[in-house]
Write a protein that binds this ligand. Structure first.
Ligand SMILES: [Cu+2]
Length: 286
C-alpha cells in the first residue's frame, strides 16, 4: 500500500474536520485570511441563511487583519465598493460618505493579530455582502486589492438560530456611548446597538493603574499626543463599524479596573472624530 504523504494527511484532516463541523450543525460562518508572499486570500462560505449568524474571523497571515462585513444596497457592484473604499482611503479615513451611501456595516474587528481569531454575531438580512480588510500594505496598496476582499450572499431562508442573551447593553448615539457605569469582571456578552444616524464603532480602553479619565483627556488635548509619552490607557478590544439601525453581539473578557468606551470614527460634516464630540464614556469593571 502506498504511504500517504504528510501533506495529503493534513489536507484529509482538514476536509474531514470541515465535514464533521458541518454535520454537527455548526451554525456560524468562518472567514479565514491566509497569505502567500505579497498576496492574501480570504476564504469563507458563499451563502448563508438570514437571521442570527455568528462570525469567526481567523487570521493565518503574518500581518494584522482588520476585517469588516457590510451589506450592499441592491445592485451595487464590487467595482463600486472598491471605488468607495478608495475614496475613504484617499481622505485618510475621514470621509465615509461614499461607502455609507452603498453599504451598511454589520461589524468587524479593528485588529486580529496573526494566529488570532475574532468572533461576533449579528442579525443578517437577505442580500449581497462584502467582507474585506481595511488598510494598506507597507508599499501603499489597498488591502482589498491584494486579496483581502470577498463576497457572500444571504438568502431569505432563516438560520433559525437565536441571538445570545447579552449581559451588557452598549448603545451608540450621535455622539454618545451609553453603557452601565459598572460592569462585572470576566467574560460577558455585550449587545452593541447603533441608535444614531452615523456609522460608529465601539472601542474599549483600560486606563493604566494610577491614571484617571483626567489623564486620558489631557493626553487627547495635548498639542502633539505622539510626543506626550505613552498613552495612559491600552486598547483591550472592540467592535468595528456598525451602521445606523444595526447591532451586534460580542464577548469581552475584562479584568477589574477603570475603562472608557469610545468611538474614533470621523464626522465628515463636523471635521472631528466622534470621541471629540462626546463619544467617550468612562466605566468601571469590578
Ligand atoms: Cu462614532
Amino acid at each position: 500500500m502506498k504511504t500517504l504523504s504528510k501533506s495529503t494527511l493534513f489536507t484529509l484532516a482538514l476536509v474531514l474536520g470541515a465535514a464533521s463541523a458541518q454535520h454537527a450543525g455548526h451554525d456560524g460562518a468562518t472567514f479565514t485570511l491566509s497569505q502567500q508572499g505579497a498576496k492574501f486570500s480570504l476564504q469563507g462560505p458563499a451563502q448563508l441563511a438570514s437571521g442570527y449568524t455568528s462570525f469567526t474571523l481567523k487570521n493565518t497571515a503574518q500581518a494584522p487583519f482588520t476585517p469588516v462585513i457590510a451589506l450592499l444596497k441592491a445592485g451595487v457592484t464590487d467595482a463600486q465598493v472598491k471605488a468607495a473604499l478608495g475614496k475613504l482611503m484617499a481622505s485618510h479615513g475621514e470621509d465615509m460618505t461614499a461607502i455609507n451611501n452603498i453599504a451598511s456595516f454589520v461589524g468587524g474587528s479593528g485588529g486580529v493579530q496573526p494566529g488570532a481569531t475574532f468572533e461576533f454575531g449579528a442579525n443578517l438580512d437577505a442580500g449581497k455582502y462584502v467582507v474585506f480588510g481595511f488598510g494598506a500594505t507597507d508599499d501603499g496598496k489597498a488591502l482589498y486589492d491584494v486579496g483581502q476582499y470577498g463576497t457572500f450572499t444571504v438568502s431569505s431562508a432563516k438560520s433559525g438560530v437565536t441571538a445570545p442573551k447579552a449581559a451588557v447593553q452598549a448603545t451608540l448615539q450621535d455622539y454618545k456611548v451609553v453603557l452601565p457605569a459598572s460592569i462585572k469582571a470576566g467574560k460577558l456578552t455585550w449587545q452593541v446597538s447603533n441608535k444614531g444616524a452615523e456609522t460608529h464603532h465601539l472601542m474599549l480602553m483600560r486606563i493604566a493603574d494610577g491614571k484617571t479619565m483626567k489623564d486620558v483627556e489631557a493626553f487627547f488635548k495635548s498639542e502633539n499626543p505622539e510626543q506626550a509619552g505613552p498613552p495612559p490607557f491600552e486598547d483591550v478590544g472592540g467592535l468595528e463599524t456598525v451602521s445606523k439601525g444595526r447591532g451586534a453581539f460580542v464577548n469581552f473578557d475584562l479584568k477589574p479596573g477603570s475603562y472608557f468606551a469610545a468611538c474614533f470614527l470621523p464626522s465628515a460634516t463636523k471635521h472631528a472624530p466622534h470621541f471629540m464630540l462626546g463619544m467617550m464614556t468612562p466605566f468601571e469593571v469590578k
